[in-house]
Design a protein around this ligand. Sequence first.
Ligand code: NAD
Length: 298
Amino acid sequence: MEIKNVTVFGSGVLGAQIAFQTAFHGYTVTLFDIREDLLEDAKIKFEQFKLLYQQDINADAADLDAAVSRISFTTDLSLSVKDADLTIEAIPESIEIKKDFYNRLGAVAPAKTIFCTNSSTLLPSQFATETGRPERFLALHFANYLWKNNVAEIMGHAGTDPEIFKEIVQFAKTIGMVTVPIYKEQPGYVMNSLLVPWLMAGLDLYRNGVADAQSIDKTWMKTMGADLGPMAMGDLVGMSTAYNVTQSYYQGTGEEVWKERMDFLKANFIDKNKFGISTGEGFYKYPNPAYKNEDFLK
Ligand code: NAD
C-alpha cells in the first residue's frame, strides 16, 4: 500500500515534530489534538521549527513553507482519520489514556489505516487489543529534536504483520530517519536499553560515594574518547526525566534499587530545584560546566 496521508495524534513536544518532519518530506499530514488552543500552539512551534531546520540542517525556506501548507488541523477524531493511510500517536504516556484513545480510534478509522505509537516506555502488546487491528499496529519511536537526532526505532509486538513492519521501516526512511528495526519487544527499545543502565551506573557510583561526578565523567571521557560522561548526560536529559524514568522502572519491576535512586534524585535535585541544564544546576553548574573546561581531562 502506498502511504500518502498521515495523521498525527497529539501536538505536544513530539507530535508537533513528527507532523512537521513528515510534511517536510512531502506527505499530507493531519494533526489532531483535543483542544483548538493546543493546535494554535503547534502553529507557533512550526514557525520555530522553520528556523531550527534552516540552522541545523540547512533547509530551504520555500520547502519549509511548503511543509506547513501540507498540514491541516482538527479536533474531530473521525475527520482526522477519514482518509489516513498511517497514524502516528504521540499522546501522553499513560496506559489508561492510550487504551481509551485506541478504543475510540479503532472504531472510526478506515480498515486500511496502519496505527503506530511513539510511546517511549509502554510496549505495543499492552494496548494492541484496544486498537481492534493488532496486526496493523506497532511502535515507531522517535527522539526529541528528530530533524537532527534522526533515529527511528521500529518495534512490533508478536501479532504485528511482518509486511506492515517492513512498510513502516521503509516509511521512516522516506522521512529522513536512520532506522533501527527491533525484532522482539524490548522495554526502552535499543536506545534506552543502552542509555538508562549507563546513566544509572554513574548515578549509583555517585550516590554510594564511590567517586565524585567529575571523576566519573573524566574516566568515561578519557578512556572512551567521548565528549560527555554519564553525569553530564544526566544534566542534559534533565533530573525530572531521570526521576520519571526511575519511577516508571520502579512501578514496572518493583525492585527496591529503583526506589532508592528515585528518592535520591528527589531529595538531592528535584526538591532543591536542581533540574540540570534547564535550571542552571545539576551535577554541574551552568552555563560553564567544569567538563567543558580545556584542562578538565588533564
Ligand atoms: P506532550 O505532553 O508534550 O504532548 C501530548 C499531547 O497529547 C498534548 O498536546 C495533549 O493535549 C495531547 N493529548 C492529551 N490527551 C489526549 C487524548 N486523549 N487524545 C489525543 N491527544 C491527547 O507529550 P510528548 O512528550 O510529546 O510525548 C508524547 C508521546 O511521545 C509519549 O508516548 C512519549 O512517551 C513519547 N515520546 C516522547 C519523547 C520526548 O522527548 N518528549 C521522546 C520520544 C517519545
